[in-house]
Design a protein around this ligand. Structure first.
Ligand SMILES: Nc1ncnc2c1ncn2[C@@H]1O[C@H](COP(=O)(O)OP(=O)(O)OP(=O)(O)O)[C@@H](O)[C@H]1O
Ligand SMILES: [Mg+2]
Length: 593
């Protein structure tokens, strides 16, 4: 971590205070509460003089009668003030957390696909749980401490000066020293804070991986390695937190020593001849007690820094994310129903941070209503190519046109509304089957439509056997379903969408031959009126495609119909021969992928 940036801190704090603006009424009440709290505390210290001088020394009947009432009034008022400030600040804290959490989550929904590769999911989860809470501490608890104790210090100082300016003069010796401590503590925390956040993200990330990969951990005996990895990240977290605690403890001790020295100075000054005669016991006690309680306030003001900085560092991280530009969506052209003409022109693409192109000058024309199959070895760039169509990524060179217009000219929602997608990794949401099929914008679909889609995807046969049918929950990421069942739900979802462009990336790879054939019929019907990009390792499923493009190393090396490619005895013919002569091996490979 580089030297902390103070201007950034001030700007962040300002921006954070901006979050309090809509809550200014509540903040106002809370501030009023703190003012009451501090005023009553200071007033009590003032009355110490009267208790000692007027009541115990002079036996003044007025003070003797009224003092108990004054004390009660002071502490009742202080209690009300305390309630206003505590409850007010808690309310503010929860509102700020709520708003920030939703803003960050909203940003996650809009971040480009490339962002998700640049940060671990642990970091992203930890930001919404841990980091956001840190901010709430800074803008509320810490703010309360700062305001209340600053008011206290001011109030006590006024009382002390009022009682005896000479004695109080001694106090100012310690001001610069305390300021120095406060500064040092602050700088130190700003160095540690970001690392604590980072380490929290690593802790969350490690847990995530172990939970998701519990089977792999068991089978491959990863327990020891995981234990060590977890111990290492939690150890780092422990170490950093201890650093903060040691800084706080050191600062507290230093402040106490300095304050004790100044109390000693007060006693020394008060007992000098010439002063001692002018100072009453009540004045002296009032000043000394004020100093003592001021000590607590000063201590709080020093240690609050770590919380404050913790929150600012957290807020910086959140603001950085909130300010990350979302997906580029500058297109203005609206699109109701695409003809489905897709044209790749010299498209090259490289993933951020990679050294090799995933795609290298791909030219491919998909006429409306035709089926284009992409085949090629694993890693040849098939998924990358189809991923460019919904603009998950932008090509690094060349362009893609839809209906003759560059993709970027369309509004992103309109573009994506034209595409149904069954990805290589099926993703299901923790909800019922019906709601997984009618996901998102399809939410308004009728029950009949959902059922028809499920039937077309050959999914109804297993859905009907489930206790709650279409309303059965699927578990997290469809954990309660088999691989082939999940795939059929995903296909039903694509069927229901009924979009002019259909992208199938290994959509039937997890199905047995019979189920695949049944779905294949449904898919063949589905493919009729639309433009389809289909990726398949099992070549038998794509023989009837209008064109087949063979990819190798990100390039299209062959293109034509099945018959043409077989006739030219090239790569496709070789692949086909391999699967034809070894049908069993090909099927096993296909099922496993
Ligand atoms: N998110 C990513 N970040 C960086 N590189 C990636 C990413 N996804 C894929 N790649 C790389 O891009 C290349 C092409 O991958 P792609 O997923 O397009 O292959 P594929 O043809 O679909 O392979 P498969 O048949 O195994 O699915 C590979 O070399 C891969 O390592
Ligand atoms: Mg792929």
């Amino acid at each position: 971590m580089s030297e902390p940036d103070n201007t950034g801190f001030v700007a962040t704090y300002r921006r954070l205070l901006g979050y309090l603006w809509p809550l200014r009424g509540t903040v106002g009440f809370a501030l009023l509460g703190m003012a009451l709290d501090a005023a009553c505390g200071s007033a009590f210290l003032y009355f110490i003089k009267e208790i000692i001088d007027a009541i115990f020394t002079d036996h003044d009947p007025f003070w003797t009668f009224w003092m108990p009432f004054i004390v009660i009034i002071l502490f009742v008022t202080r209690g009300i003030g305390g309630y206003l400030s505590d409850y007010g600040m808690a309310r503010v804290a929860r509102s700020v957390v709520h708003r920030m959490r939703n803003e960050v989550f909203g940003r996650y929904l809009q971040l480009p696909s490339s962002y998700f590769g640049s940060e671990t999911s642990g970091q992203m989860v930890s930001r919404l749980t841990f980091t956001v809470e840190q901010v709430s501490g800074a803008c509320t608890d810490s703010l309360k401490t700062v305001v209340l104790h600053s008011l206290n210090v001011v109030g006590y100082t006024v009382v002390m000066f009022y009682q005896s300016a000479r004695l109080t003069g001694a106090l100012f010796v310690l001001a610069p020293l305390i300021a120095l401590i406060v500064r040092t503590v602050g700088r130190r925390y700003r160095r540690i804070g970001p690392r604590i956040q980072q380490s929290m993200g690593e802790v969350t990330g490690t847990i995530h991986e172990v939970v998701n990969g519990q089977r792999e951990v068991k089978i491959f005996g990863g327990q020891e390695a995981e234990r060590q990895r977890f111990a290492a990240v939690t150890e780092e977290n422990r170490r950093l937190n201890l650093k903060v605690s040691s800084t706080n403890a050191m600062a507290t001790a230093a402040v106490q020593i300095i304050a004790a020295c100044s109390i000693a100075v007060v006693i020394f000054v008060a007992t000098r001849p010439g002063i001692i005669n002018h100072t009453s016991a009540g004045e002296f006690m009032s000043v000394i007690t004020s100093m003592m309680v001021m000590l607590t306030s000063l201590k709080n003001l020093t240690t609050v820094q770590s919380n404050m900085n913790r929150g600012i560092v957290a807020a910086q991280d959140l603001f950085r994310l909130i300010d990350t530009p979302g997906e580029c969506d500058e297109g203005t052209r609206s699109l109701q129903h695409s003809r489905g003409e897709i044209d790749f022109r010299g498209v090259s693409f490289r993933y951020a941070g990679q050294h090799a192109d995933a795609l290298d000058g791909v030219d491919l024309h998909c006429a409306p209503g035709t089926v284009t199959a992409l085949v090629g070895r694993s890693g040849s760039g098939k998924s990358s190519l189809v991923g460019l169509v919904p603009r998950f990524y932008e090509p690094t060179a060349g362009e893609i046109r839809l209906d003759g217009e560059p993709l970027g000219d369309y509004r992103l929602v309109d573009l994506r509304a034209q595409i149904a997608w069954v990805g290589q990794n099926v993703v299901l949401f923790n909800d019922t089957i019906a709601r997984n099929i009618a996901y998102g914008a399809l939410g308004g679909a009728s029950r009949e439509a959902i059922e028809a889609a499920a039937r077309a995807a050959n999914a109804m046969e297993f859905i009907e056997r489930l206790p709650q049918g279409l309303d059965s929950p699927v578990g997290e990421d469809g954990a309660q379903l088999s691989g082939g069942q999940r795939q059929r739900i995903a296909i039903a979802r694509a069927i229901l969408k009924n979009a002019p462009i259909l992208i199938l990336d290994e959509a039937t790879s997890a199905l047995d031959t019979e189920s695949e054939r049944l779905i294949q019929d449904a898919l063949n019907r589905l493919m009729k009126q639309r433009t389809v990009l289909v990726i398949a390792h099992r070549l038998s499923t794509i023989e009837h495609a209008d064109q087949i493009a063979v990819l190798e190393g990100g390039r299209v090396v062959e293109r034509g119909t099945h018959a043409e490619l077989i006739a030219c005895h090239g790569k496709y013919a070789a692949l086909h021969r391999l699967q034809f002569h070894e049908p069993a091996a090909a099927t096993v490979q296909g099922t496993a992928s």
